[in-house]
Design a protein around this ligand. Structure first.
Ligand code: PGA
Length: 248
């Protein structure tokens, strides 16, 4: 594998998992040799503290735009930090759909994550109807523009972007390596018009039905710097095999 920025393989457990699974995942990852890849697990909040000692990073699946106060059910950036999180997913399509998170709210959450010293993994991607209409570049550009308008382009140095076509999430319908590369190259080029160095260093992950069987081909694309893995991150051996594919 040439190019490249240091790969990240991130597991998004969504509302799944258990303390037992956290232990199995730790055993599997801790006994592997993965120096050349950043491994990240984003379990539900109650399992974050089960990840110790872990030879990888942990992250939240969401954070509040507020720091504290009367916001029942929310978790702040400082709370994630206190549980040793280094990362947080922001703007996952399920949050955008289930919780009505707008582009601007997502942008604000990216800002708050940075303020707390967390690396936001900004999720972008188009639903199937937008893919079919051919307007997907515009859709993704809008999602990215909202974040640029709040944090500025220079701060993109401190974030990770995950391209997750909504039609490929949990559907078994993976974007082809060519489709993924097309959008990743678009994102890098778009950011590059504003800041070439930031674009060059920006890590852009692909997410959407990644498995060990298709990871290698996806990760070999020049602008794909790893993956955000949902379903397959619930199987420690499968997830490890995806991490090994990112190692090249
Ligand atoms: P999937 O989910 O790998 O199950 O498609 C990816 C995601 O939603 O992050």
């Amino acid at each position: 594998m040439q190019n490249k920025r240091r790969p990240i393989v991130a597991g998004n457990w969504k509302m799944n998992g258990s303390v037992e699974l956290a232990k199995q995942m730790m055993d599997t990852i801790n006994s592997a040799s993965l120096q050349d890849v950043d491994v990240l697990i984003c379990p539900p909040f109650p399992f974050l503290s089960a990840f110790a000692p872990f030879n990888g990073a942990i992250g939240g699946q969401n954070l509040s735009e507020f720091d504290s106060g009367a916001h029942t059910g929310e978790v702040s950036g400082s709370m994630l930090k206190a549980l040793n999180c280094d990362f947080v997913l922001v703007g996952h399509s399920e949050r955008r759909t289930d919780n009505g998170e707008s582009d601007l709210l997502v942008a604000e959450k990216v800002r708050v994550a940075l303020e707390h010293g967390l690396t936001p993994v900004l999720c972008v991607g188009e639903p199937e109807s937008v893919r079919d209409s051919g307007e997907y570049f515009n859709h993704i550009q809008g999602q990215i523009d909202a974040v640029i308008s709040v944090i500025g382009i220079a701060s993109f140095e401190k974030i990770v972007v995950a391209y997750e076509p909504v039609w490929a999430i949990g559907t078994g319908k993976t974007a082809s390596p060519i489709q993924a590369q097309e959008v990743h190259a678009f994102i890098r080029e778009y950011v590059g018009k504003l800041d070439a160095d930031v674009a060059n260093g920006l890590r852009i992950l692909y997410g959407g039905s990644v498995k060990a069987a298709n990871a290698n081909e996806l990760f070999s694309q020049p602008d794909v710097d790893g993956g955000l893995i949902g379903g397959a991150s619930l199987d420690p051996q499968e997830f490890l095999n995806i991490c090994l594919a990112a190692k090249g």
